[in-house]
Structure formats: structure tokens, C-alpha cells
Design a protein around this ligand. Structure first.
Ligand code: GTP
Ligand code: MG
Length: 201
């Protein structure tokens, strides 16, 4: 898919103020610093679109970006981190959860996982919750430039084994690096297929 335009639309703290539209949207979630905002910039080839930082806790709002005037990419705050402590972390989690549960135009959630890490409880619990709520999601392994293929295959195997303890089938997975632009066509192709499915329904 070719990206002709990517425009910032609005930032919100509350799902009820998100754009009133039926256009399909795709949101990115995962622990703080996993590379959600970087991935959005990589997909749109615009390094100034979403704000990124080497410190976790950069994205604090629900950010809508309109792509090709036809669908949205949504950058969300990360979970598991808040500079200001427990109360702020809980508030952010509530905002994220309401967005996920109430946003009817959300077609698919991309759950980002740092490809270097062993399965983390917080991510597994979050995906468990998505399953219970019936929210469609895929897994995106990020920062693939930071580890060898051998190490990644080892990590992925461990991940799949862990997921299969509570899931009958594995979700669709992607391997990406925003630094070396890896996985761009795969994710955009997937979105394109889902968009087409929306049109035919
Ligand atoms: P929050 O908004 O805080 O939740 O973080 P985020 O998930 O949006 O992460 P962000 O995109 O801001 O990136 C965090 C850090 O990881 C930045 O220093 C990025 O440059 C770095 N980073 C992101 N993706 C990659 C990648 O694919 N490879 C490498 N080497 N670094 C990356
Ligand atoms: Mg971010």
C-alpha cells in the first residue's frame, strides 16, 4: 500500500472525544518505550508525525492520524509506566482500556513486544484481557535490529510456547525495526487487507 498522506487530527484523554467517524482504525499498544510512536513514523515515513523519546512515558494521549483520508492510525500511551506514580498509571490504564472497549471503529490492535525480551507477565495479562473482551489483536515484535536472528528465533519460540499455554491458536505476528524500516510492507499489507474486508462487509 502506498501512503499518500498522513495527517495529525486530534489528541484526547477521553474516547468520547475521539473523531466521530466510521473510518476503520488501527491502534498501537504495548509497554512504554517499546517503540509504538516510532513504528507509526516508520509506517508513514514521517519522523515528525508521532513524538518519540528515549525515555519511557512520552505518549500520554490518544492520538489520531488520518492516513490517505481513508483510515486512522492511533498512537496510545504505553502501559506499565508513569512518571507520576500509581494514580497516574491507573488513570492512563483506564483511558487506554475505555478506548479499546468503546471504540467501535477499531479494527485491529497491534500489541508491540520488544523482540529482545523474554515473555513479560504484564504483556501476557494484557493479551489475556483482550481475549476475554474479544478484541482482535496481532503481535508486533519491535527493535529487530538490536538482536541476532538466532537469538530472535529463540525468543519467539519461547513466546509462542508461553502463549500456547493459554491460547489455542497464535495471533498473527510481525517482525519490525523502525530503525532499519523492517516489516513496513507486511503491516501495511495486513491493514490494506483488513480495510478491504471492511468495504465488502
Ligand atoms: P511511550 O510513548 O513512552 O509509551 O513509548 P513508545 O512505545 O512510543 O516508544 P518510542 O517510539 O518513543 O521509542 C522509544 C525509544 O526506542 C526511542 O529512543 C526510539 O528511538 C527507540 N526505538 C524505537 N523503535 C526502535 C527500533 O526499531 N530500533 C531501535 N534500535 N530503537 C528503536
Ligand atoms: Mg509513544
Amino acid at each position: 500500500m502506498i501512503i499518500n498522506s498522513a495527517d495529525f487530527v486530534i489528541s484526547n484523554t477521553d474516547v468520547q472525544f475521539c473523531p466521530k467517524t466510521d473510518l476503520p482504525e488501527y491502534a498501537f499498544i504495548g509497554r512504554s518505550n517499546v517503540g509504538k510512536s516510532s513504528l507509526i513514523n516508520m509506517l508513514t515515513k514521517n519522523n515528525k508525525l508521532a513524538l518519540i523519546s528515549s525515555k519511557p512515558g512520552k505518549t500520554m494521549l490518544i492520538n489520531h492520524f488520518l492516513i490517505n483520508n481513508a483510515w486512522f492510525l492511533v498512537d496510545l500511551p504505553g502501559y506499565g509506566f508513569a512518571k507520576t506514580g500509581k494514580a497516574s498509571r491507573e488513570r492512563l490504564q483506564k483511558m487506554i482500556n475505555s478506548y479499546i472497549l468503546l471504540r467501535s471503529s477499531l479494527v485491529n490492535l497491534f500489541v508491540l513486544i520488544d523482540s529482545r525480551l523474554q515473555p513479560q507477565l504484564i504483556d501476557l495479562q494484557f493479551m489475556e484481557w483482550l481475549g476475554i473482551q474479544g478484541v482482535p489483536f496481532s503481535i508486533v515484535f519491535t527493535k529487530m535490529d538490536k538482536l541476532s536472528t538466532t537469538k530472535f528465533l529463540e525468543n519467539r519460540k519461547k513466546y509462542e510456547e508461553t502463549l500456547l499455554q493459554s491460547w489455542e491458536t497464535l495471533p498473527v505476528t510481525f517482525q519490525t525495526s523502525s530503525k532499519i524500516e523492517r516489516g513496513r510492507d507486511d503491516i501495511l499489507g495486513y491493514i490494506e487487507t483488513l480495510n478491504q474486508g471492511m468495504v465488502h462487509n
